[in-house]
Design a protein around this ligand. Structure first.
Ligand code: 13P
Length: 335
C-alpha cells in the first residue's frame, strides 16, 4: 500500500462538511443500548438496526465513513447486499473496530489497557478483503485519585502505535482513539492536563514506531469537566480548551481529527464541534465520529415501533448527520 493511497483515504474521511458514523458497538455494548429501550439483543435485531442506520437516504451528503463491528462487516441488507458493498456503492468508506476491548491493567488498580494485538495482522488482512478501508482502536484513560499513571498512558500509547503500524502495513488507515473519559468529578483543567499528556505520549509512540502521520486519523475526546464536577463549562470554554490542547500536541501534518461524543448530549456535541470550527482556521479539519450522539434519538424511535417509525428514525439519523456536518464547517445554526 502506498503512502498516497493511505493519505487519500484519510483525507476522504475528513472531507469538508463530512464526518463518521460510529456503529461499532460490541455485542455486549449494543446489548446495553438495546436493553435501555427494551429491544432484545439478537443477531437479527442488531442486523436490522444497523441496516436502518446505514441505509438512511442521502446519508453520504454528510457522512464519509462508517465504523462497523466484526459481526456487521459480515452481515448484509435484507436484500442480500453485504453492508461493506452497500456503503461503497453509496460513497461511504467502510471502517472496522479492531480492538478487543479493555482489561484491568495488572498492578495499576482502576486503570485499563486495551487488548487485541495478537493475531491482528491476519485479522486486518481479512478485513481489507471484506472491504474495510480504515480501522479503529480505542484506548481508555480514566481520571481519578492519582490516576492516570504515566505507565497506563504509555502502555496504551504503545499499543495504539503497534496497531496503527499494522493497519498501514495492511493498507488500512488507523483511526487512533485515546479516549479520556468524562466520568468523575474532576475539573476541566485536570482533563486538559491528562489529555495533553496522553496525546504527547500517543504521538511519541506513533513517531517511534514509524507510523505515517499523513495516513492516520486521530479520534479525540474533547476537553471537558467530569460529569459530576460542580463547575460545568460553557461551549466557548470547551472549544477553546480543546483546541489549545490539540494545537500543542498534534502535528499539523495529520490529515484530520474527529471527535467522539463520549456521553455528551447530542446538541452539546454538535455545539462544541461547531464552536471549534468557528475559531478556525485550524491546522487540520475537525469533524465528528459520533456513536451515541448520532444514534440515540433514532434508536429510541425504532424501539417504540420498529416498522411504523422506520422512516422517522432514518430522518433523525439524517438530521444528526446534517447538523454535525454543518458543525464540521462551523456553519451550524443551532437547534
Ligand atoms: P461515542 O460517540 O458514543 O462516544 O462513541 C464513539 C466511539 O466510537 C467510541 O469508541
Amino acid at each position: 500500500m502506498s503512502i498516497e493511497q493511505l493519505a487519500e483515504t484519510a483525507q476522504a474521511m475528513v472531507a469538508p462538511g463530512k464526518g463518521i458514523i460510529a456503529i461499532d458497538e460490541s455485542t455486549t455494548t449494543i446489548g446495553k443500548r438495546f436493553a435501555a429501550v427494551g429491544v432484545e439483543n439478537t443477531e437479527e435485531n442488531r442486523r436490522a438496526y444497523r441496516e436502518l442506520l446505514l441505509t438512511t437516504p442521502k446519508l453520504s451528503e454528510h457522512i464519509s465513513g462508517a465504523i462497523l463491528y466484526d459481526e456487521t462487516l459480515r452481515q448484509s441488507t435484507q436484500d442480500g447486499v453485504p453492508f461493506a458493498r452497500y456503503l461503497e456503492e453509496h460513497g461511504i468508506l467502510p471502517g472496522i473496530k479492531v480492538d478487543k476491548g479493555t482489561t484491568p491493567l495488572a498492578g495499576y488498580p482502576g486503570e485499563l489497557v486495551t487488548e487485541g494485538l495478537d493475531g491482528l495482522r491476519a485479522r486486518l488482512e481479512e478485513y481489507y478483503r471484506l472491504g474495510a478501508r480504515f480501522a479503529k482502536w480505542r484506548a481508555v484513560i480514566n481520571i481519578g485519585e492519582d490516576i492516570p499513571t504515566g505507565t497506563c498512558i504509555d502502555v496504551n500509547a504503545h499499543a495504539l502505535a503497534r496497531y496503527a503500524a499494522l493497519c498501514q502495513e495492511q493498507g488500512l488507515v488507523p483511526m487512533v482513539e485515546p479516549e479520556v473519559l468524562m466520568d468523575g468529578n474532576h475539573d476541566i483543567e485536570t482533563c486538559y492536563e491528562v489529555t495533553e499528556a496522553v496525546l504527547r505520549s500517543v504521538f511519541g509512540s506513533l513517531y517511534d514506531q514509524n507510523v505515517l502521520l499523513e495516513g492516520t486519523i486521530l479520534k479525540a475526546s474533547m476537553v471537558l469537566p467530569g460529569k459530576d464536577c460542580e463547575e460545568q463549562a460553557d461551549v466557548q470554554e470547551v472549544a477553546e480548551s480543546t483546541l489549545m490542547c490539540l494545537k500543542s500536541t498534534v502535528p499539523a501534518i495529520l490529515p484530520g481529527i474527529v471527535f467522539l461524543s463520549g456521553g455528551q448530549g447530542d446538541e452539546d456535541a454538535t455545539a462544541h464541534l461547531d464552536a471549534m470550527n468557528r475559531l478556525g482556521p485550524n491546522p487540520w479539519p475537525l469533524s465528528f465520529s459520533y456513536g451515541r450522539a448520532m444514534q440515540q434519538a433514532a434508536l429510541a424511535l425504532w424501539a417504540k415501533d420498529m416498522a411504523g417509525n422506520y422512516r422517522k428514525a432514518q430522518e433523525t439519523v439524517y438530521a444528526r448527520a446534517r447538523d454535525n456536518g454543518l458543525a464540521a464547517l462551523g456553519q451550524w445554526k443551532g437547534a
